[in-house]
Design a protein around this ligand. Structure first.
Ligand SMILES: [Zn+2]
Length: 291
């Protein structure tokens, strides 16, 4: 049995996953915001409850926004800011009395889809979260690729490639630069693009349901952004997740557009929608302990 825990800014979710990938038990609770020891206790409590219910001792993996810095062994880049600068994995290993594995949400998403989701059986999977932010994760032969900086796949803060004149220098990004892929392809980025073009303030969901010009621009920008990834990584499959992965037309239209930018006579990479949806965080966390 594996236990996967998804530590979000508002809730912590935990599942017990059997070896066939079936969820045997599930727990959810509000995140003790701002309380580091409380967060450790909450996770330990959820693990204990799941182990009691399933009558096993499990391996535990964690998914969180943010990463362990290989340089310091401490959490960095987390929007749950009370975890930043803490040795979260070693503290958890202590309270749970076992080693734990930890990965960021994009890596967990990619791993979940690569293991038994839409990317199952593919050798190189690029998983993309198109939501409030834009993140990416890479899985090769069933294992997440992290790298010495723990940022492999984080292309959301690369610039939008092959920009048109009206896309330069691009919107300001919280990372301090302008024109990042995230500023165009996140939900807030889509809403901004629609607002600038029409003067109308709409949510990303409303813009998606109308399927107008903003979606046409979004589709073409996503094609360029992914062509960049294909040129560098040449993945077998690209899996989309997050709220904007619900734009049905992307799956036909983006591959029709990206061939103009990919340096190849033919593009065999497939673009697919995720299978596990909101469960990809907990499922990917559990699969940090491979079969
Ligand atoms: Zn940025």
């Amino acid at each position: 049995m594996r236990i996967g825990v998804d530590v979000g800014g508002t809730k912590i979710e935990a599942i017990a996953l059997d070896s066939a990938g079936k969820i045997a038990a599930r727990r959810r609770m509000a995140t003790p915001r701002g309380d580091y020891d409380g967060t450790l206790d909450a996770i330990a409590g959820l693990v204990r409850e799941l182990e009691t219910e399933t009558r096993t001792r499990a391996r535990v993996g964690l998914c969180m926004p943010g990463a362990l810095s290989p340089a310091t062994g401490l959490i960095k880049n987390a929007n749950s800011t009370w975890l930043i600068g803490r040795p979260f994995d070693t503290d958890l290993a202590r309270v749970l009395d076992r080693p734990v594995r930890l990965a960021n949400d994009a890596n967990c998403f990619a791993l979940s889809e690569a293991t038994d989701g839409a990317g199952a059986g593919a050798r190189v999977v690029f998983g993309v979260i198109l939501g409030t932010g834009v993140g990416g994760g890479i899985v090769v032969d069933g294992a997440p690729l992290t790298g010495p900086n723990a940022i492999a796949g984080e292309w959301g803060h690369n610039p939008l490639p092959w920009p048109r004149d009206d896309e330069r220098p691009g919107p300001e990004c919280y990372c301090g630069r302008r024109g990042c892929i995230e500023t165009f392809l996140s939900g807030p980025g889509l809403a901004r693009d629609h607002r600038v073009a029409t003067g109308e303030d709409l949510s990303a969901e409303a813009i998606v349901s109308r399927a107008g010009d903003a979606i046409t621009r979004y589709t073409e920008r996503l094609a360029r952004a992914l062509a960049h990834v294909i040129n560098l990584l040449d993945p077998d499959i690209i899996v989309l997740g997050g709220g904007l992965s619900n734009i049905e037309s992307l799956y036909d239209e983006v591959p029709a557009l990206w061939s103009d930018f990919v340096f190849s006579d033919h593009v065999a990479t497939r673009l697919v929608r995720n299978r596990h949806g909101d469960s990809s965080g907990v499922r990917g966390a559990a699969w940090l302990w491979p079969k």
